[in-house]
Design a protein around this ligand. Structure first.
Ligand code: NAD
Ligand code: DAU
Length: 332
């Protein structure tokens, strides 16, 4: 593999993947990204210009996607609308990008017989009870709760259908909650850090007992590369790093890292349909592909992430006020 097409590579997880690929392989990367509000060209700045090219365009643009897919050896498909709260306000873009966009990529991969890896989420499996020892596996039933997760679930089904019916050479991975540099301030950890840096009180939805299974975005990137290189066609791999934490624990840790009291937060109205708990059993990707998270110590990763946002205020500051205004309109 010499030429890799990365859709959504100017977003949070995609950009971390592009950095990982540039640092650990010799491949050249073309990023196809629409540069929505969630994207950041700065996240790709400083990477060697002879190995990374940004094409600004829509993943649902059939002509553009067909040309680009035909010019590359493999595609990693990250492009999506990604925020649950936005999907509750306005589901339309989630249907268009996550479903029609994935269909467009699949049709191009079919025409050109190009290897495809589809990036998905653990949210397609719905949620688990707080006191349930179970974790999601590749055999868990699909039970999405939000327009975002339902559209991602639909995209997974499209990929499996194109593998079975048309022989498209695709794999899928479903990962848990990522954190790390370049994550938009609308998401929980960056919102909490930047709100606390501003001396304000972070907002916690509902009771705050909801649990997410945190993984550093660089560990996710390494797992995606392992699947792309060594994964079996048609297979799904769950990716997680045993990072279960309640939202209250995460907010308390961030506040403490910034020298504030652990309880200096406000409980606000809950997200509609709010999933209680996610948890990943990553046995398959560990045993079959030999992947291991290198940054599974959440305390260290969170401290580094807090430091990153403290040092990169020029990056997040322009988006903070508008993001908070949207939250205020929802009472959150
Ligand atoms: P993000 O919102 O930060 O980035 C999404 C990127 O996709 C942006 O750069 C945006 O401009 C681009 N994009 C959106 N619509 C597009 C379109 N129509 N055409 C081309 N580009 C478009 O999202 P993220 O958190 O980086 O998530 C990326 C992928 O990873 C998604 O598929 C998401 O479902 C998946 N995922 C994310 C997480 C997580 O915790 N963030 C966990 C598991 C899976
Ligand atoms: O599990 C993987 C998913 O993780 C990805 O598929 C999504 O793209 C990604 O956005 C993320 O979804 P979540 O909904 O879990 O992430 P979010 O950062 O929006 O919220 C994390 C938790 O924190 C969730 O329980 C809601 C809560 N929350 C969020 C915000 C923004 C708060 O309590 N307060 C907040 O201010």
């Amino acid at each position: 593999m010499e030429r890799l097409l990365v859709t959504g590579g100017a977003g949070f997880v995609g950009a971390n993947f592009v950095h990982h690929v540039l640092a650990h392989t010799d491949v050249t990367v073309t990023v196809l990204d629409k540069l929505t509000y969630a994207a950041s060209e700065e996240s790709l700045a400083g990477l060697p210009g002879d190995r990374v090219e940004l094409v600004v365009g829509d993943v649902a643009d059939g002509h553009l996607v067909d040309r680009l897919v035909g010019e590359h050896d493999a595609v990693v498909h990250f492009a999506a609308e990604s925020h649950n709260d936005n999907s509750l306000d306005e589901p339309g873009p989630f249907i268009q990008t996550n479903l029609v966009g994935t269909f467009t990529v699949l049709e191009a991969a079919r025409r050109h017989d190009t290897r495809l890896h589809h990036i998905s989420t653990d949210e397609v499996y719905g949620d688990l009870e707080l006191d349930d020892p179970a974790r999601f596996t590749e055999d868990s039933p699909y039970r999405p709760s939000s327009p975002y997760s339902a559209a991602k679930a639909g995209s997974d089904h499209l990929v499996r259908a194109w593998v079975r019916s048309f022989g498209v050479r695709a794999t899928i991975s479903n990962c848990s909650n990522n954190y790390g540099p370049w994550q938009h301030v609308e998401k929980f950890i960056p919102r909490t850090i930047t709100t606390a840096l501003d001396g304000e009180r972070p907002r916690v939805y509902g009771t705050g007992h909801n649990v997410r299974d945190w993984i550093h975005a660089d560990d996710h990137a390494a797992a995606v590369w392992a699947v792309l290189e060594r994964g079996r066609i048609g297979e799904t791999y769950l990716i997680g790093a045993d990072g279960e934490r309640s939202n209250l624990d995460v907010v308390g840790d961030v506040l403490e890292l910034l020298g504030r009291g652990r309880d200096e937060y406000d409980l606000v109205s809950d997200r509609a349909g709010h999933d209680l708990r996610y948890a990943i059993d990553a046995t398959k990707v560990r045993e079959e592909l030999g992947w291991r998270p290198q940054r599974a110590d959440f305390a260290t990763g969170l401290a580094e992430t807090v430091a990153w946002y403290r040092d990169h205020e020029d990056w997040w500051r322009p988006h903070k006020a508008a993001t908070e205004a949207a939250y205020a309109a929802r009472g959150q």
